[in-house]
Design a protein around this ligand. Structure first.
Ligand SMILES: Cc1cc2nc3c(=O)[nH]c(=O)nc-3n(C[C@H](O)[C@H](O)[C@H](O)COP(=O)(O)OP(=O)(O)OC[C@H]3O[C@@H](n4cnc5c(N)ncnc54)[C@H](O)[C@@H]3O)c2cc1C
Length: 367
């Protein structure tokens, strides 16, 4: 007989889904979380440390808890006994520190019972059965949330064998002459990191960076904006998702002033290649598309699922059409859920699918 729930992938999207299930009354014993590391913040801890991230890109609601209120600004106001976080939040200027965010993740992990449900396993295959989904030889589950994160870091071919090259999301220091490849948020952070480490910086870019406050515009997090998004034809949706994936970083003097000063001092320039650099930092993000992820590729191919370019076609709630009905649920969360929610690769986006998944589980008549 099928067991009740499984979460595949033990990262932050998995934790957001888990916390939502627990909030909707699903006992920890009825949920198996399959992942390769027990700390749900492990991947983000390593990546944000590599680029010396101090503040989250997300705002007060960028947390993994099942209810939006109280957000991180309220928690910060309480612990610091200051209204300042609330005032900043009201003007959309509040950014939690990375420490505050990870402390909150640790709290959600401890309170939710995550460790009781966690099973260490890297999964290979999910197969639909009459009453649910068989997960390798580990059991059959009626409701499965698949949250494997990005399928790997992207290193441009020309730097793959270059001994000077390191990816921005892997641990590294800074050389004397550092070339930073890329034009997004990670690249912008690495320009500043390398400059403050005393390096001269060459920004290697194919095009001028776009300046946007968030990689996914705020309306696409709203009910109305999402309804319009869900009404788009597939080709238009692909175009929009490709546009959103283009590198960008926010406006602001915190970025511009150090770059202008370093340019005047001859320590920052743009170039088509990393000539003369003793280190090449590839701030080139992640591989894109489900085909790079063995588990998702097999899932799509084995079940002949609809896909558009690199995206698995999903219903607006993140579930896989054809494999989801009144008795069983298969949903994707995190970056593979962008077809349902363009901001899926954010903590707020992870909650979007997690909460809808939990509601379906609660409403399912089969216990
Ligand atoms: C440097 C950086 C800074 C960021 N800052 C912010 C921010 O400030 N605010 C924000 O909202 N978002 C931010 N993000 C985005 C954030 O990373 C994502 O929202 C979140 O970490 C994604 O969580 P995830 O669970 O989808 O993926 P991950 O955190 O990568 O977790 C996926 C997990 O699943 C496991 N897994 C994969 N395949 C399998 C398998 N087959 N079997 C078992 N386990 C598997 C992986 O090993 C991993 O442990 C940032 C991202 C980066 C890289």
């Amino acid at each position: 007989m099928a067991q009740r729930c499984a979460i595949v992938g033990g990262g932050l999207a998995g934790l957001a889904g888990y916390a939502a299930l627990r909030y909707h009354g699903v006992p920890a014993e009825d949920i198996a979380v399959f992942g390769v590391e027990q700390d749900p913040a492990g991947p983000l801890r390593r990546r944000s440390a590599a680029i010396c991230q101090r503040y989250m890109r997300s705002e007060s609601d960028g947390h993994c808890r099942p209810a939006s209120f109280p957000g991180l600004a309220v928690r910060s106001a309480r612990s610091s006994r200051s209204l300042a976080p609330l005032v900043r939040s009201a003007c959309n200027r509040y950014r939690p520190t990375v420490e505050e965010f990870f402390a909150d993740v640790d709290d959600v992990r401890a309170r939710s019972g995550w460790d009781r449900s966690f099973r260490r396993a890297r999964l290979e295959r999910i197969e639909a059965t009459d009453d649910g989904f068989r997960i390798d030889a580990l059991g059959t589950y009626r409701h499965v949330l698949v949250a494997p994160g990005h399928p790997g870091i992207a290193v441009p071919e020309e730097y793959a064998g270059d001994g000077r090259a390191v990816h921005a999301y892997l641990p590294h220091g800074y050389g004397d002459r550092v070339a930073v490849v890329g034009a997004g948020m990670a690249a912008a952070m690495e320009w500043l990191n390398a400059l403050s480490a005393g390096a001269a910086v060459i920004s290697v870019r194919r095009r001028e960076p776009q300046r946007r406050p968030l990689s996914v515009p705020r309306p696409l997090f709203s009910r109305r904006g999402l309804a319009a998004y869900h009404a788009t034809a597939p080709a238009e949706r692909v175009r929009l998702l490709e546009q959103l994936a283009e590198p960008s970083y926010p406006h602001g003097t915190a970025w511009d002033e150090p770059i202008s000063a370093a340019t005047r001092a001859g320590r920052f320039r743009t170039a088509a290649g990393p000539d003369g650099a003793d280190q090449v930092i590839c701030a080139t993000g992640f591989l894109r598309g489900f085909r790079h992820d063995d588990l998702l590729r097999r899932l799509v191919d084995d079940h002949d699922l609809a896909a558009e370019r690199g995206w698995v076609v999903l219903s607006p709630d993140g579930t896989v059409p054809g494999l989801t009905d009144g008795r069983r649920t298969l949903a994707l969360a995190g970056v593979p859920a962008q077809w349902a929610f363009p901001g899926a690769d954010t903590v707020a986006g992870a909650k979007y699918v997690g909460r809808r998944f939990a509601r379906r589980v609660r409403q399912c008549p089969t216990p």
